[in-house]
Design a protein. Structure first.
Length: 319
């Protein structure tokens, strides 16, 4: 029964994200927002929506292991496996802005998380916890990211009504898609959390491991599908922009909202995963200057995939 809840929940999350992205993209274009801004906001947020709704329910129910594991696990999955697979499919050319602004900003998100999640280390507290004050800090950084997006919009914006395929989707149909997408995400998020907690309890394994593996991979399916298809269609900006944008959303917005709902206790072993994510972000940045400049090549992708498989084996063994 728990596995059935998990599968149905994932299916609803993926379909809900698809409806949300397609409907929101059309609405954004009708409002005159550029494709670049849509990619950094609507697509990144839409593909991160499963993580958001899973974390909302996990936080509300006090399942801190799933909430933290989902965000960190998803970001590691995104950076190592999804970008690895996408660059193997087709080498990804990366814009100068993404190299020098968005990738470093995603690294900053990891460093901020590492600092705020280590009360025991920095403040000599008895235990570490991501509290509501930390949540406000995350949201403040997210506001800075949005300000950056708006500054791009002023430069790259275009008049409303010139989005490709807009004629095929009416305004009312777009609104229906957005509404249906949100409903599917809410339902799917609840089912995934319930199923994951049930499986962890039945098998006697930790919620954190479930969060880092099954839940993280499942909620990253929209990012995987989006980036893989984008790479196949030779649209590298969408493939890598979707992942970098999603990683920023996951930490600053989703984890920020999660900690505002309920403070999340943090175990010491999470520091290893934060270290892995920081290392993956740094490696992605360095790859931009190794070989063909500002390109994520196939050989880089193979390295990223192998690193993810090594990490996965380690956390399963760790339990």
């Amino acid at each position: 029964m728990n596995w059935a809840l998990l599968v149905v929940g994932f299916l609803l999350l993926v379909k809900g994200a698809d409806w949300l992205v397609s409907g929101s993209s059309t609405l954004a274009r009708r409002m005159g927002v550029s494709e670049l801004v849509v990619g950094l906001t609507v697509v990144a947020f839409g593909t991160s929506a499963p993580e958001l709704f899973v974390n909302i329910f996990a936080s509300a129910q006090g399942n801190a292991g799933i909430a933290i594991g989902n965000v960190l696990g998803s970001n590691i999955f995104n950076t190592l496996l999804i970008l690895g697979v996408a660059s193997v499919i087709y080498p990804l050319a990366v814009t100068k802005g993404t190299v020098w602004k968005e990738i470093p900003f995603s690294l900053l998100a990891v460093l901020v998380l590492g600092a705020l999640a280590n009360d025991a280390l920095f403040d000599h507290a008895d235990s570490s916890c991501l509290g509501r004050i930390d949540g406000f800090v995350f949201i403040a950084f997210f506001a800075i990211f949005l300000y950056y997006i708006m500054s791009i919009a002023k430069v790259t914006g275009h008049p409303p009504g010139d989005g490709a395929g807009e004629a095929d989707c009416s305004l009312s149909r777009s609104i229906i898609r957005v509404t249906a997408g949100l409903a599917s995400l809410v339902t799917g998020g609840k089912l995934v959390v319930d199923g994951a907690v049930g499986i962890a309890t039945h098998l006697g394994i930790s919620e954190t491991l479930i969060g880092f593996t099954i839940v993280a991979a499942g909620t990253s399916l929209p990012e995987l599908a989006t980036s893989a298809v984008a790479a196949y269609r030779k649209k590298p900006d969408i493939a890598i922009g979707n992942i970098v944008g999603s990683n920023i959303f996951n930490i600053f917005f989703i984890l920020g909202i999660s900690t505002l709902i309920r403070p999340l206790p943090v175990t010491a072993q999470v520091n290893f995963d934060i270290f892995v994510l920081a290392g993956a972000s740094l490696l992605l940045f360095f790859f931009m200057f190794i070989g063909k400049k500002h390109h994520l090549e196939k050989r880089n992708g193979i390295i990223l995939v192998l690193l993810y498989l090594t990490y996965l084996a380690f956390i399963v063994k760790r339990g």
